[in-house]
Design a protein around this ligand. Structure first.
Ligand code: SAM
Length: 372
């Protein structure tokens, strides 16, 4: 499939309420941002294998010319031919179209993007707003250099800064729009709010683990705060430094802190996981607790980043929770599940408010809030 065909299909689905996004995607096609080496997931091993454009052009086309995301770097650039963690990607067309729709940009506005990656989103924004109005921050120097080179080839020149995007781009602030294309896991980095003008829109994916990823859309006030709701589900790679550790910390805590007692589980964990709203509620009530699910959602591993852990195994015939360490993590999660069972709040009806010192989550209305 060529870029234009993919964009045409999306158009027929109604993916472009803002027509400029469709025009930009046709003028600045995604394939132009795919590096010579892209990475293909192997479902059998869960690992990524390099696909080289020159060695195997057909395979490269197959990976790149389709609507899904394209992994463009694994293991932070250290992998040679096989790797484990996708560390940069060209986002998929639908996600970009919906993010840019939520961002709602208009000529004359200045935008900060966090997570340049191959530089496609920055290029789309520069096409719309002009190079001088787009600043994008990428943590990986090689990726930032690659994006700058691709932009130059396409006669575009948004400012691409190498640095930690959680700090924003203070030398270029203030911004009318802030757009993260890497997910935060707990707290919205306050620099994004601090560098936003009053009424600015901040669009960022949230990825707390446990399959509860969603897109957050905040609007900045004139008093250093920002507030808004989750607008749709998304799965996005986390900001570097906020990634899941694959259960290592959980295992270390479990070895160090013996289990104290055993409790019966009164939930069908697999259904709670499938529902999505329960894990969303848990992640907002207990933002410092890592919840990882295994076995299709029937096994939950909880870890507080320190010495406390819980293992909840609800596979047929088991149905028990064990926990260790100073905090009773399963009891805390159980309480959050009971809260959600009583209030039945939909994922989209949760919101977040950020001020210079604190962050709150809320249900349905900013007044019904608790500190995160
Ligand atoms: C999903 S990719 C972004 C896709 C991209 N914007 C596009 O145009 O398709 C996420 C990028 O965020 C970058 N990243 C991760 N943590 C970051 C941080 N703290 N600051 C800046 N960039 C970061 C990664 O290196 C990666 O390139």
């Amino acid at each position: 499939m060529r870029d234009a065909e993919i964009v045409g299909t999306l158009d027929a689905e109604g993916a472009f309420p803002h027509p400029w996004v469709r025009e930009a995607m046709l003028a600045v096609p995604r394939a132009a941002f795919a590096p010579d080496t892209v990475w293909r997931a192997d479902p059998a091993t869960g690992r990524y294998t390099a696909v080289d454009r020159h060695a195997d052009p057909d395979a490269w086309d197959e990976v790149v010319l389709r609507p899904e995301p394209v992994v463009t770097q694994v293991d932070d650039g250290t992998a040679d031919t096989v790797g484990d963690v996708a560390s940069s990607s060209l986002s998929d067309y639908r996600a970009v179209a919906s993010f840019l729709t939520e961002l709602d940009v208009h000529p004359g506005q200045r935008v900060l993007e966090i997570g340049t990656g191959p530089g496609w989103t920055a290029a789309l924004l520069a096409w719309r707003l002009g190079d001088e109005n787009v600043v994008s921050v990428e943590i990986d120097p090689a990726l930032a250099a690659g994006a700058r080179a691709t932009h130059a080839r396409l006669s575009l020149a948004p400012t691409v800064i190498t640095g930690d995007g959680t700090l924003g781009a203070p030398d270029h602030a203030p911004f009318d729009r802030v757009h993260a294309t890497a997910a935060f896991t707990h707290q919205v980095p306050y620099a994004w709010i601090e560098q936003a003008r009053a009424d600015a829109v901040i669009v960022a994916p949230w990825s707390p683990g446990c399959g509860a990823g969603a897109l957050l859309r905040l609007v900045a006030g004139d008093d250093g705060t920002a507030s808004g709701k989750f607008v749709r589900s998304v799965a996005f790679m986390e900001l570097r430094g906020q990634r899941d550790d694959g259960g290592e910390g959980f295992e270390a805590a479990r070895e160090a802190e013996p289990a104290t007692g055993e409790a019966a589980v009164e939930w069908v964990l697999e259904s709670l996981y499938a529902d999505g709203n329960f894990t969303h509620a848990v992640a907002l009530h207990l933002p410092d607790v890592r919840l990882e699910t295994l076995g299709g959602g029937a096994v939950w591993r909880l870890w507080d980043g320190g010495r406390s852990w819980a293992l909840v195994d609800d596979r047929p015939g088991i149905g028990k929770a064990v926990q260790g360490g100073p905090r009773r993590l399963w009891d805390e999660v159980d309480a959050a599940l009971r809260w959600q069972d009583e209030h039945r709040v939909h994922g989209y009806d949760f919101g977040i408010t950020v001020d210079p010192n604190r962050q709150w989550a809320w249900a349905e209305h900013p007044e019904r809030r608790w500190e995160m």
